[in-house]
Design a binder for this molecule. Structure first.
Ligand SMILES: [Zn+2]
Ligand SMILES: [Zn+2]
Length: 289
């Protein structure tokens, strides 16, 4: 079958590889979303041979439409019980073989999708699950969402639905306009919490916070001075990835949301999709095998 795998230099190559074997159910991939965490692995030499992609919309042999959980916490260890499931030792195991940028994969943890979901919309379950889990760490009230990419647009809607007043900022006007069209307001200060969804933007997030406010770090941030954390007694929390419970909640919620536009490309145009995502020309890219 065809798949996009990293070569020894970390470049993505369309390759022919054996059908996936081993544990789990066989899933025919309908589409797989490109995630910022996939980009971090491109160009590195530590993932040679790996097939990336974990935001999967797929189908089982019997026609059931599913998404897959590529990492699953044990649910019993101290890390899990403390609510930091993504740092559980078992969470490090990858549960899909080989990965989402392939025609087929095997997955030990699949989740059936609601009928109301559009054909490719299963790609949103994993990112939305991550947002839902992180939202549990965000206090209610006036919340600043920094970065209005696809993830920022999901955040706006999740926070609005629980009754928060949502402020948004993004240096790119067309992205900001999408968030405003959802009913968010342009950046205001004095926020109870700020959600950092972009690599750049830590300073903007800190500036938006009221004294004692909470910064939620939801993307790997560029270095910035943390003086404001000291001066204004801010709280900093991180959240990464999701649990099976959040996957289930996200699958039910996806049909209710205004989903950001997706550029859908075939696997043999992988590099072009990466470039579109990196340059910001696309809010979201998905590949179909
Ligand atoms: Zn992801
Ligand atoms: Zn655990």
């Amino acid at each position: 079958m065809r798949a996009v795998a990293l070569d020894a230099a970390g470049a993505a190559r369309l390759v022919d590889r054996p059908e996936p074997e081993g544990a789990g159910r066989l899933v025919r991939v309908t589409a797989c979303g490109l995630c910022g965490s996939d980009l971090e692995k491109l160009g590195g030499t530590t993932h040679a041979g790996a097939v990336l992609g974990h935001e999967v919309a797929g189908e089982l042999d019997d026609g059931t439409r599913v998404t897959v959980m590529h990492r699953v916490p044990c649910g019993r260890c101290n890390r899990c019980r403390a609510g930091h499931e993504s740092t559980c030792a078992e969470f490090a195991l990858i549960r899909i073989e080989p990965g989402g940028f392939a025609e087929r994969l095997r997955a030990t943890h699949t989740l059936a999708l609601p009928d109301a979901l559009g054909e490719l919309d299963g790609i949103w379950v994993e990112p939305l699950a991550c947002v839902l889990r992180a939202a549990d760490r965000v206090p209610r009230g006036r919340i600043a969402v920094v970065g209005c990419g696809a993830i920022g647009l999901l955040w706006v809607q999740v926070l609005q639905r629980r009754g928060d007043e949502v402020f948004v900022s993004d240096p790119r006007q067309e992205r900001l306009a999408r968030a405003l069209a959802l009913g968010a307001t342009p950046a205001g200060g004095d926020a109870e919490a700020a959600v950092l969804t972009a690599h750049a933007g830590l300073e903007a997030a800190l500036a938006a916070l009221a004294p004692g406010g909470t910064l939620l770090v939801f993307a790997s941030p560029a270095p910035a001075a943390l003086d404001a954390v000291y001066r204004r007694e801010l709280r900093v929390v991180g959240s990464r990835s999701a649990t099976p419970e959040h996957f289930t909640a996200a699958a039910a919620l996806v049909p209710e949301l205004a989903l950001p536009p997706v550029d859908v490309l075939p696997l043999d145009r992988f590099d072009e999709g990466v470039e579109r995502y990196r340059s910001g020309a696309s809010l979201k890219v998905a590949f179909v095998p």
